[in-house]
Design a protein around this ligand. Structure first.
Ligand SMILES: [Zn+2]
Length: 626
């Protein structure tokens, strides 16, 4: 899951330096401890049991509905009875969630390996339905806990069995003054299904049916979208222009989608902000568990240092021997003179494990264990999903990685990235379920950290300039993408919200706004800008969440900022790092770094240190490109 950047195919360092007698590792999942297959009768039996348990949970939550209207004036003598009810419901919901997550992970795993598995395809919507029923069942209690007076919450978090809810409940309650009346909330939720969220669905529908013309050939968007990663520049350009033309033909429709989504949000926040108007960025920061001051420091520091990403692009242009970089060159693979050596899965795990061991032996052993236990599925299958992700079972807490491993450096780094996510899950495995849910901003901490460990190790081991250049290329692609493209999206989205306040924004204006946003960040590092990016990039049309963009930049620099502390703390670092990861679901990002590393991420200095690391890696790339 989570991010997973594309690095292109890179040559590997000489595998002859790796031990040759590596034991063969399992490359397919072994999930048999949960269910035997999607046809296992235990699945139907579990679903039936869960239905019964959810119905019972709904009954137990009903009394909270009657308390909601008077929650703010609750009499202290009612506390004990209600606390006992919260305890019962909480214990039961955790038991249900564990089983539901196990089922969901099992079915998704089957579908990742074989998208055509008929039984799993039937189970998936059934499980979605079950999850929706679960959410509805507990809603009265959730709403009650949002609206009840502070003393009740104080009593709640003093209870040893409920103390684990402290962070999640208190965090949600910070936006208590943005709540509408119960009836209004129900109305908004109900209307959003066929209102707000239909616009997001329309976008997906459009993207799924759009046909692009590339070199006289008609192809779907998904196929065409792989081509900008081609080593053939003419093909990259043809694909990019084909995709542009396809989206341009739908520009008015996508403009209508963006206007509808933004218009809905503005109207809703106006209604919610009657007591205290809440800025759209403050709301987004709250969702991401960061302070507005942190976001401001992040964006301002990144803007000051935008030349790092620009230098990366210019150097990529030199290596590619092109006069000027164009939007279709952004994901070009590194030119690979000579032969590309591929690594076996065993060699990749060995390389990653050794890199991880430089932090702590336990993390290296963990990577090997993941493969030995059949917790990684890496082998190509006929109807396999694309991409890579890390998921997991809830009880017992066990991570799972999905990847289609092809032996390239890109694949090795993706595997390291996903193993980083898995390590994050693993160090949290004994924590209560409600403390394991971390925000998007913190979700990439462990993955990018793990990837950086491996990149550094491979770079140090590389014996030829070509090998070093391959890693440096991957650094440059990430830097350009995260330090320029992501911020340009942020600048555009902010402009969009402001502009929408004044009225409907037509497609032509959106094009100008996107051009301006790219100009602001890329300046002369690109010869032209992608003015239709608001249409081609799905992120802007996600109805459930605004400002989907900056958590990627945050995650990248946050992780590097923590990495920057590694040498400073020496031996003590791993302990600090592990504790920091364990707290990602029960602290804000500011508290995390203050508590474990005694740093303030609201200050530019923290981000400067991260940017210094990127700066050094781009200087390294420049030196190699001569
Ligand atoms: Zn990720």
């Amino acid at each position: 899951m989570k991010l997973g950047f594309y690095f292109g195919d890179l040559p590997m360092s000489n595998p002859s330096s790796a031990p040759t007698a590596l034991p063969t590792l399992q490359q397919t999942w072994d999930n048999s401890q949960f269910f035997s297959s999607s046809a296992d009768p235990q699945i139907a039996a579990t679903v039936e049991e869960l239905k019964g348990a959810i119905a019972q949970l709904a009954t137990q939550c009903t009394p909270f509905s009657q308390q909601i209207a008077t929650a703010a004036t609750l009499a202290p003598e009612q506390f004990d009875g209600l606390l006992a009810q919260v305890k019962t419901v909480h214990q039961q919901r955790v038991a249900i969630l564990n089983r539901l997550f196990n089922l969901r992970t099992f079915i998704s795993s089957v579908l990742s390996v074989d998208a055509q598995d008929a039984q799993a395809r039937e189970w998936r919507p059934a499980l979605q339905q079950l999850y929706a029923e679960f959410t509805q069942a507990v809603q009265p209690m959730e709403v009650f806990l949002l609206r009840v007076k502070d003393d009740f919450i104080e009593a709640l978090i003093c209870d040893p069995l409920l103390a684990e809810l402290r962070f999640s409940v208190q965090h949600e309650r910070q936006l208590q003054d943005q709540l509408l009346s119960l009836e209004e909330e129900q109305l908004v939720t109900g209307l959003a299904v066929n209102g707000l969220h239909s616009w997001g669905k329309l976008y997906s529908e459009l993207a799924g049916t759009l046909q692009c013309q590339v070199n006289g050939e008609s192809m779907g968007l998904a196929t065409a979208s792989n081509l900008p990663g081609s080593p053939d520049r003419a093909l990259r350009s043809a694909a990019w222009h084909g995709i542009q033309a396809a989206w341009d033909s739908q520009a008015s429709t996508v403009a209508a989608i963006l206007n509808a989504i933004q218009g809905w949000r503005l109207q809703e926040s106006q209604q919610r902000g009657k007591i205290r108007p809440l800025h759209y960025l403050d709301k987004s920061c709250h969702q991401n568990c960061i302070d507005r001051a942190t976001l401001d420091a992040l964006m301002e520091t990144t803007y000051q240092r935008r030349s790092i990403g620009q230098r990366a692009l210019k150097t990529m242009g030199r290596v590619l021997e092109v006069e000027a970089m164009q939007p279709w060159d952004l994901f070009a693979p590194a030119p690979t003179p000579g032969e590309t050596t591929l690594l076996s899965f065993e060699e990749a795990i060995d390389l990653i494990a050794n890199a991880f061991r430089r932090l702590t032996p336990a993390m290296g052993d963990f990577a090997v264990m993941m493969a030995e236990k059949g917790w990684i599925d890496a082998q190509p299958t006929p109807h396999r999903a694309t991409g890579a992700y890390c998921g997991g079972f809830a009880e017992p807490r066990q991570p799972r990685i999905f990847i289609t491993f092809d032996g390239t450096m890109g694949s090795v780094l993706t595997l390291a990235h996903e193993l980083g996510h898995a390590w994050h899950e693993w160090v949290m495995r004994d924590l209560p379920l409600h403390q394991t849910n971390y925000p998007a901003t913190l979700a990439e901490t462990a993955s990018i950290f793990a990837e950086t460990l491996v990149r550094d190790a491979v770079f140090a081991k590389a014996s030829t300039p070509t090998e070093k250049r391959a890693i440096a290329w991957a650094d440059a692609v990430s830097a350009a993408s995260l330090l320029l493209n992501i911020p340009a999206r942020f600048t555009f989205e902010q402009a969009l919200v402001e502009r929408r306040k004044q009225g409907f924004v037509i497609a032509e204006t959106l094009k100008t706004m996107m051009r301006d946003s790219w100009q602001y960040w890329y300046e002369d590092s690109l010869a032209s800008y992608d003015e239709l990016f608001w249409a081609s990039k799905l992120h802007f049309s996600i109805s459930g969440m605004s400002f989907y963009n900056y958590p990627y930049l945050f995650g990248y620099l946050f992780s590097l900022g923590i990495y920057a502390q590694k040498d400073h703390y020496g031996e003590a670092f791993n302990h600090l790092y592990t504790n920091l990861l364990r707290d990602t679901g029960r602290m804000t990002a500011e508290e995390l770094v203050q508590t474990h590393l005694n740093q303030d991420i609201r200050q530019p200095e923290f981000w400067q240190a991260s940017l210094d690391i990127v700066d050094r890696s781009i200087s390294r790339f420049e030196a190699l490109a001569v």
